[in-house]
Design a protein around this ligand. Structure first.
Ligand SMILES: CC(C)(COP(=O)(O)OP(=O)(O)OC[C@H]1O[C@@H](n2cnc3c(N)ncnc32)[C@H](O)[C@@H]1OP(=O)(O)O)[C@@H](O)C(=O)NCCC(=O)NCCS
Length: 163
């Protein structure tokens, strides 16, 4: 069933709202705990790590000013598989009640454009092998599977291409 439309805005994360993003992460990953941190202290450390990697690469979707999802991109990532720099998407999560409304797609578009502005020509991410919803989501965005490590699938997208 189609969900109702919601109007949202996307802009860069602010350091002082990282704790709100921690809560979005914990809620968004319910049911997918095998692929996520579950202790709040671990999520806080992870969020600090994401911020240090590339503060300009974290984008937040807001509904009426309230953060409901975010993507954490990293334009400084050296891919060991590629032996070169790529744009890495370390994290994307949308609150369950706001999923299926196009917010995830809009966040991905934003971060992929950011990578292009930085002169990167490839994006990379890792997704849990049974996180079927996310895998399908990435396929629709033009990512293809390229390798696996344990239960993580590596997906890549050429940033010059239209799909
Ligand atoms: C993966 C995730 C970020 C997607 O976010 P989202 O906001 O639900 O994504 P979207 O709404 O843009 O798209 C998801 C699907 O919803 C549907 N959808 C999109 N817009 C819609 C709309 N206006 N109305 C109804 N359905 C819609 C589509 O079926 C879409 O599938 P598609 O990718 O085949 O087009 C979200 O499911 C999530 O937070 N998952 C938990 C965390 C996670 O697994 N993260 C990935 C880790 S690698």
């Amino acid at each position: 069933m189609k969900k109702e439309e919601v109007s949202f805005e996307i802009d860069r994360a602010k350091e002082e709202e990282l704790d709100q993003l921690v809560h979005i992460y914990l809620e968004g990953y319910r049911g997918l705990e095998e692929y996520s941190y579950t202790h709040i202290d671990d999520v806080r450390s992870y969020m600090r790590w994401l911020w240090k990697r590339d503060p300009e690469g974290i984008f937040v979707a807001r509904v009426g000013g309230k953060p409901v999802g975010f993507v954490a991109g990293d334009s400084n990532w050296f891919s060991r598989r590629e032996s070169r720099k790529v744009g890495a998407i370390h994290e994307i999560v949308v609150l369950p009640e706001y999923q299926g409304m196009g917010i995830g797609h809009a966040l991905m578009e934003k971060v992929l454009n950011y990578f292009k502005e930085k002169g990167l020509d490839r994006a990379e991410l890792w997704v849990g092998d049974e996180n079927y919803k996310a895998i399908e989501f990435y396929h629709r965005l033009g990512f293809r599977e390229k390798g696996q490590y344990n239960y993580w699938i590596r997906m890549v997208k050429e940033l010059g291409s239209k799909d």
